[in-house]
Design a protein around this ligand. Structure first.
Ligand SMILES: Nc1ncnc2c1ncn2[C@@H]1O[C@H](COP(=O)(O)OP(=O)(O)OP(=O)(O)O)[C@@H](O)[C@H]1O
Ligand SMILES: [Mg+2]
Length: 316
């Protein structure tokens, strides 16, 4: 079996053309029309993680500008860049040079919902100042966090989680190319645990492909590993060993997101051997922690604080 783990399948199989995008049919057909007419508006892509928002931004650029699309494309991450001033100066620099073809350039601002309201108002002015030379594509998970003046100046595309058949067909295509022996039940199991997030589904398939053949039980085993690690982490905290609990957390965050860890913690809470009253108090803390993570807080600090709370109470 040819299995080069250094190559990440989500990147290897990221679509380059509109026709390769999985699902999102009505969005794809609208975009096709806009590309044919070469009348591209500012766009806002919204929806869950791993369902094709960034992919579509790259694909549109590729369809419009062909080979040298990267010269016409500026990729900014709202949560990486140090505030709106950095965004403004990078946009200014980028917009200064003449577009290679097509008359305009594309600026992609990922995680736009991580910007504060003030920053979004400033962004709106930047968009207006440069709209003769640039089109802005914004991507976000929660449209409610985007200010109305931006929503009303963009064409809004709402992405849906991918459907079972779409995910399974795509995984089957990758399995074929990578010589992975995965039966139908295994692919179905991957869909069940990934909940329409195609990035997560492809990552699970790649992990599972390290085994001789890929089965349903093995998929649930991979997912179970996260539960076992979470249980271990919680048990450390419950026995008052905060440092070990925190170490487990740091290890887990290397492979899964903070939001996935807190989801697991929530699952595991119901299996813990503790009085209901204590579970209710913890549930409230978990809810707070989840809210902060979704808002973009640092998972090490937030889940670390939750573990500290559990460990402190354990010592009482
Ligand atoms: N609709 C799709 N069609 C084909 N591949 C997809 C699709 N959605 C996701 N993928 C696969 O998952 C990977 C991640 O997708 P993408 O970066 O577009 O997610 P996203 O919606 O921008 O997520 P996030 O909200 O986390 O930024 C892609 O590289 C690709 O391999
Ligand atoms: Mg993205």
């Amino acid at each position: 079996m040819e299995n080069n783990i250094a190559e990440i399948w989500t990147e290897k199989y990221r679509p380059k053309k509109l026709n390769d995008v999985v699902g999102q049919k009505s969005i794809v057909s609208k975009i096709k029309m806009l590309i044919e007419r070469r009348s591209i508006p500012h766009c806002l892509f919204t929806g869950h993680a791993g369902i094709g928002k960034s992919t579509l931004a790259f694909v549109i650029c590729n369809e419009l500008f062909g080979e040298d699309w990267k010269n016409n494309f500026l990729d900014l991450n709202a949560s990486d860049t140090r505030g709106i001033d950095t965004i403004r100066s990078r946009v200014k620099d980028f917009a200064r040079t003449i577009p290679i073809s097509g008359g305009f350039k594309i600026i992609f601002l990922d995680e736009a919902d991580a910007l504060t309201k003030d920053a979004q108002h400033a962004l709106r002015r930047i968009m207006e100042n440069y709209s003769d030379k640039c089109r802005f594509f914004l991507s976000c998970n929660f449209i409610s966090r985007i200010i109305h003046p931006i929503q009303s100046r963009t064409a809004v595309f709402r992405f849906s989680p991918l459907k079972e058949q779409e995910v399974i067909d795509h995984l089957r295509m990758i399995s074929g190319k990578e010589n992975v022996k995965a039966d139908d039940n295994a692919l179905k199991a991957i869909f069940n645990v990934s909940e329409g997030d195609l990035r997560k589904a492809i990552n699970i398939l790649q992990m599972a492909s390290l085994e001789e053949s890929t089965t349903e039980a093995q998929i649930y085993d991979i997912v179970k590993k996260d539960s076992e690690q979470t249980r271990k982490m919680l048990n450390y905290a419950l026995s008052g060993n905060f440092l070990e609990a925190r170490n487990s957390l740091i290890t887990m965050l290397e492979s899964i997101s903070g939001e996935d860890v807190i989801k697991e913690v929530h699952e595991q809470l119901f299996h813990l051997d503790m009085p209901d009253q204590q579970k209710i108090i913890l549930l409230e803390k978990i809810g707070e922690c989840e809210f902060r993570l979704v808002e973009g807080s640092n998972p090490r600090i937030q889940i670390g604080a939750l573990l500290a709370h559990i460990a402190l109470n354990a010592k009482k």
